[in-house]
Design a protein around this ligand. Structure first.
Ligand code: HEM
Length: 141
């Protein structure tokens, strides 16, 4: 991710943040539309879950220039996700739902460049989580 991509992500997230609850609702609706079988993995209150997701995204977006400082927290998050029953292929569906949600929330300011920047950031995040989940599963057997 280059400096202009970091800027695009930070500026676009600023636009979404005031409507974080709506964004989270849109996101989960789209996610369960794309793959209804994911619904049973979520056992808690979805409003709370939406808040946690948006808070984590905010933390990542704030720290995009110093990602190494949050890698340990992201790895722990990935390891916990293995325990929630999340598998590698689910990250792709979540990524699709996330980009779709950003498009819905941002409208015409969701340019191709902004989309590519988000896709790159999500890939980084998802890959770090998946690697940590795999290592976690290996050490758990
Ligand atoms: C960038 C990717 C993701 C982020 C930032 C993220 C963030 C979070 C956060 C902050 C929590 C709260 C619990 C905790 O901290 O351990 C959580 C829980 C959870 N996430 Fe994710 N997540 C991501 C990807 C996924 C994917 C790919 C799935 C697959 C469907 C998923 C399914 C779940 C489930 C099932 C829970 C537990 C819900 C419950 O306890 O009811 N997440 N996620």
């Amino acid at each position: 991710m280059n400096a202009s991509q970091v800027k695009l992500i930070q500026l676009s997230f600023k636009e979404v943040a005031p409507a974080a609850e709506v964004a989270a609702d849109v996101f989960y609706s789209r996610l369960f539309e794309l793959d209804p079988s994911l619904r049973h993995l979520f056992r808690g209150d979805m409003q709370e879950q939406g808040k946690k997701l948006m808070q984590t995204l905010a933390l990542v977006v704030t720290n995009l220039r110093t990602l190494d400082t949050i890698v340990p927290a992201v790895q722990k998050l990935g390891a916990r996700h293995a325990g929630y029953g999340v598998r590698d292929e689910h990250y792709e569906t979540v990524g699709t739902a996330l980009l779709w949600t950003l498009g819905k929330c941002l409208g015409s300011s969701f340019t191709k460049e902004t989309e590519e920047a988000w896709a790159a950031a999500y890939s980084l995040l998802a890959n770090t989580m998946k690697e940590a989940a795999a290592a976690h599963v290996l050490t758990a057997v």
